[in-house]
Design a protein around this ligand. Structure first.
Ligand code: ZN
Ligand code: ZN
Length: 373
């Protein structure tokens, strides 16, 4: 089968590799239909991480079920499912607490498509083995397309956790999304969109990039433009650092802009130390969350939100044909989604009111299948 391999920061190649097969009764084999490029993939392609050996690329995906082990229940062959990028068992104490990133059965970070978290394969291929499939997969609701849901197993669930917990605690509360320098370009826009969908009365979006700021405005957020990280931009019960900035500069803005006993969540990746404004946090009792997301805990809720407004993310997404993967990865847009032909969005049919049509022949051409007069 074909698998897209990452050979270096911006070098990709389709290679023939052997197909996975069921190894345990709880496994499923799926065929990816739509794969989105994770914000962490973008960081990798910019050379932000250490060099890795060639690896199977892609980890955010929706797939159709091809084969099921005998212990997998509630799914059928042909079902379309969102798959969590993070491998976890679903039955250990950590998983039962909703923390699959701390799964003790797997005992180390395990994920598709990174090349450094185990040999689980990548999503840009013809078949993927899904262990612990009952826990790892979530059924797409009717009306939700594979492309719209492609990142539910990672970035979209990450955006959700950045705002949902705070809004559950304080329904309607104002939210600040600190997208900062755009290190992780899609999660900030996702977080702003989801905060609006979850009922926040005011969503402010802080970024340095004019195009993303304009997009955030069109999604219903209020744009705040700053070229570099400001000290503080206000006081918000819920703040999210989606900047992906390992220096912690934009994180500092989010923390200092969190209201008394508010919640600040960062979905950034930090390896070294970063300055944290502990005094400002202490004064206001800021509750701060950082670390890997736990997609299995959020996927069903995110899919239900998508089902309530299936087109809500369309303006953030650029959906491109699967076969164009290598060309499209050379200059990735804000959120690239690679889709197989059957998962490509159908473009809307041309519709014009009859009164606008002068030439009756043209009217016939606009309505294929119309009977000849
Ligand atoms: Zn990811
Ligand atoms: Zn577990």
């Amino acid at each position: 089968m074909q698998q897209l391999m990452a050979l270096g920061a911006s070098a990709f190649e389709w290679r023939e590799i052997s197909e996975p097969r069921l190894l345990a009764p709880a496994d499923a084999i799926v065929r990816p239909l739509a794969v989105s490029i994770c914000d962490a993939d973008v960081l990798y392609m910019r050379g932000a991480f250490r060099r890795r050996d060639p690896f199977c690329f892609g980890h955010e995906f929706v797939a159709e079920v091809v084969e099921l082990g005998e212990d997998v229940a509630g799914f059928a062959i042909g079902d379309r499912v969102a798959v969590a990028f993070l491998i976890a068992c679903g039955s250990c104490l950590a998983c039962r607490r909703g923390l699959p990133a701390a799964c003790t059965t797997i005992d180390a970070k395990a994920a598709y498509g990174f090349g450094i978290f185990g040999d689980w394969g990548g999503a840009l291929c013809d078949r993927v083995r899904v262990p612990y499939a009952n826990y790892m997969m979530a059924l797409l609701p009717p009306g939700v397309s594979p492309a719209a849901a492609a990142s539910v197993g990672d970035n979209l669930s990450d955006a959700f956790r950045c705002v949902a917990e705070g809004l559950e605690e304080q329904p309607g509360a104002p939210v600040l999304v600190v997208a900062g320098g755009g290190g992780t370009p899609s999660i900030g826009l996702y977080a702003a969109t989801l905060a609006i969908a979850l009922g926040s009365e005011q969503v402010d979006y802080l970024d340095s990039d004019p195009a993303r700021l304009a997009l955030a405005e069109s999604l219903g957020a209020t744009a705040i433009e700053r070229a570099s990280a400001p000290g503080r931009v206000g006081s918000y019960p819920v703040t999210a650092d989606t900047s992906g900035d390992p220096s912690g500069a934009w994180l500092g803005t989010a923390l200092r802009s969190t209201a008394a006993y508010g919640r600040c969540t960062s979905c950034g990746v930090f390896h070294g130390s970063a300055p944290v404004p502990l005094g400002a946090m202490y004064d206001r009792g800021v509750r701060f969350t950082v670390g890997w997301g736990n997609p299995q805990t959020h996927m069903a809720k995110v899919l239900a939100l998508l089902a309530s407004a299936p087109g809500m993310l369309d303006s953030i997404h650029t959906v491109a044909p699967w076969v164009e993967a290598i060309d499209r990865l050379a200059q990735p847009p804000t959120k690239l989604i690679l889709a197989r032909p059957e998962a490509m969005p159908v473009s809307a049919p041309v519709f014009r009111p009859v009164s606008d049509v002068d030439d009756p022949g043209e009217f016939d051409r606009l309505l294929p299948g119309r009977m000849e007069r």
